[in-house]
Design a protein around this ligand. Sequence first.
Ligand SMILES: [Zn+2]
Ligand SMILES: [Zn+2]
Length: 166
Amino acid sequence: MRTLLLVEFDDERSARIVEQMLRERFGLSSSVLRAPLPEVRTRGCQLDAEDLLSEVCRLRLANDKDVALGLTNQDTFVPELNFVFGLASADSRCAVVSTSRLRHTDASIYSARVLKESMHELGHTQGLRHCPNPFCVMHFSNSLEDTDRKSYEFCTICATKVRPSG
Ligand SMILES: [Zn+2]
Ligand SMILES: [Zn+2]
C-alpha cells in the first residue's frame, strides 16, 4: 500500500479532519507529522505557496513516503494570483493546502471545505487536471462559492483517471 504523509505546519486540527477520508479515497496508509513552518518568501501577511510546497516535498523524501500533503492556517499566494487555496505537484507527489480562507463559524462547513481542497490537491498529485464539472472536486475554486458548490467526490470521468494504488 502506498503511504501518505500529512504535515501539520501550524494547523492542529485540519490533518485529523481529512486523514481518514483521504486514506480511504486514495487507498493510502497515512501518518501525521508536526513540523515547524519553514522560512519562506512572503507577500504582506501571505506565505509563498511554492516555498511551502518545496518543504512538503523535502519532508516527503526525508520520511520516505509516496505522497505528502501539508496544511497551514496561513494565507498563501503564487506570483500570478491574489491567493491560492492550495498548490500541488504531480511530478513530486506533494501538495499544500491553506485553511486560512476556509474558516467558518459552522465546524461542519469548515471541515467540508478543508476536505474538498485537500482532495483536490491530492487529486493533482495523482495526475488529475482541473475539471469543467462544477460539482466535481477537481473543479478549480476561484472563490469559496466554488468550493461550497462542489462535492468532495471525483466525477465519474475524473474517478477513472485516478492512478490505481500499488
Ligand atoms: Zn487545482
Ligand atoms: Zn471531474
